[in-house]
Design a binder for this molecule. Structure first.
Ligand SMILES: [Zn+2]
Length: 374
């Protein structure tokens, strides 16, 4: 079963198809879910709510897709949410620097590397524009947020690049009105928007995409103090350790210090139990710990939950320990109070996030289920 076969079946059975397909100016990276796709997506989200939200007594919100500039100044997206790009001096075609280097020189440079690193390899390996064989300009940063103009004055605001920002900015109100207690999970599913330079085939990298995000607010001093850890201590997860994937129970992973604490292990454990129930072949899954340059700019420790498909390993969930980065920066920018009481102690909560890509999960479930047909 190849990617093209999955694609053919997806189109024939009405799972998904390109957006605005009758017009030639339809942009890449936008797809529609047909009736069978919507039904599969709804089932997936029902399971997400049952196995993660209700199981862990999380709360769910539904926030705005357009958010003010201050949110993204505080979050760092205005300065840091950018891809390295190179533009051809002659035909002006634009490419992602890391991808073109990987394709033409087979060298992997993380997208967050210094711009000079890309320029150096492009010169050393004599990489030219694939369209006209001319030289590239120096590598630049391209911000991936879609800006929108509000009202007749066109006041700048942004389509959210991730669903979690409303969870962060709403946290003080939610914690108070819902009489929250740490640890508290707050979840949101909905669309996010990223102006990708090179959208990938179908659902694998979209410009408008579905996320299901969970942000767990916790007291950083109590990450090993978690009674419910016993529920998943014997749950097996596959985790990459020094280039080798090992199947370990959550308890073993903590005891061996492969996962830093019970808190993180608990959420990786319930996530693995959830995916097991979606029909994905878990023998083809792994949690991969990200290196320093690979991690998102806000993450202290990060694991990608990845599943092997015929197009390679796909990242389905980014599990990021975001520490107090988000609440700290929103507190500073807004002057709002984000500390809460945990017993007698006043704390600025830390955040562990499970950021799930729904579209890629749909593709993976479809591919794995079709494989079983054969
Ligand atoms: Zn060119």
């Amino acid at each position: 079963m190849k990617y093209d076969d999955v694609m053919k079946l997806a189109l024939e059975r009405g799972f998904y198809f390109p957006s605005c397909e009758i017009y030639s100016d339809a942009q890449a990276g936008f797809w529609e879910y047909g009736p069978t796709g919507v039904s599969l997506k709804n089932k997936f989200l029902e399971l997400w709510r049952r196995e993660l939200l209700r199981r862990d007594k999380m709360i769910e919100i539904d926030g705005s897709q357009i958010m003010s500039s201050s949110v993204f100044e505080a979050s760092g997206h205005l300065t840091s949410f950018a891809d390295p790009i190179v533009r051809c001096t002659k035909c002006k075609s634009t490419h992602r620097a890391d991808r073109i280097i990987s394709e033409l020189a087979k060298i992997e440079i993380p997208e967050s590397a210094d711009l000079e690193e890309f320029d150096k390899v492009i010169t050393e390996k004599n990489i030219k524009c694939p369209k006209c064989n001319s030289n590239f300009e120096n590598t630049k940063k391209f911000n991936m947020m879609f800006q929108v103009g509000i009202g007749p004055e066109g006041e700048p605001a942004y389509l959210r690049p991730e669903t979690c920002q409303s969870i962060f900015v709403d946290f003080p109100r939610l914690f108070k009105t819902m009489r929250g207690k740490l640890p508290l999970g707050i979840a949101q599913t909905g669309k996010s928007f990223r102006n990708e330079i090179a959208p990938r085939q179908s659902l694998l990298r979209l410009r408008e995409f579905y996320q299901a995000e969970i942000e767990v607010f916790c007291n950083p001093a109590k990450l090993n103090d978690l009674d419910k850890f016993s529920e998943i201590q014997d749950t097996e997860i596959r985790i990459q350790v020094n280039d080798e994937v090992k199947a370990l129970t959550c308890k073993e992973a903590v005891d061996l210090q492969i996962i830093p604490n019970k808190f993180v292990a608990y959420y990786l454990g319930i996530l693995a139990e959830f995916y097991e129930k979606t029909g994905i072949d878990m023998k083809k899954s792994r949690f991969r710990k990200l290196g320093e340059k690979e991690k998102a700019f806000y993450a202290e420790v990060a694991y990608d939950f990845e599943v092997e498909t015929t197009t390679g390993w796909l990242e389905l969930v980014a599990c990021n320990y975001r520490s107090d980065y988000d609440l700290g920066s929103h507190a500073k920018k807004s002057k709002e109070k984000f500390e809460v009481m945990d017993g007698d102690e006043k704390v600025l909560p830390h955040i562990f996030e499970l950021s799930m890509g729904i579209d890629r999960s749909m593709y993976t479930i479809l591919e794995h289920s079709l494989r079983e047909d054969k």
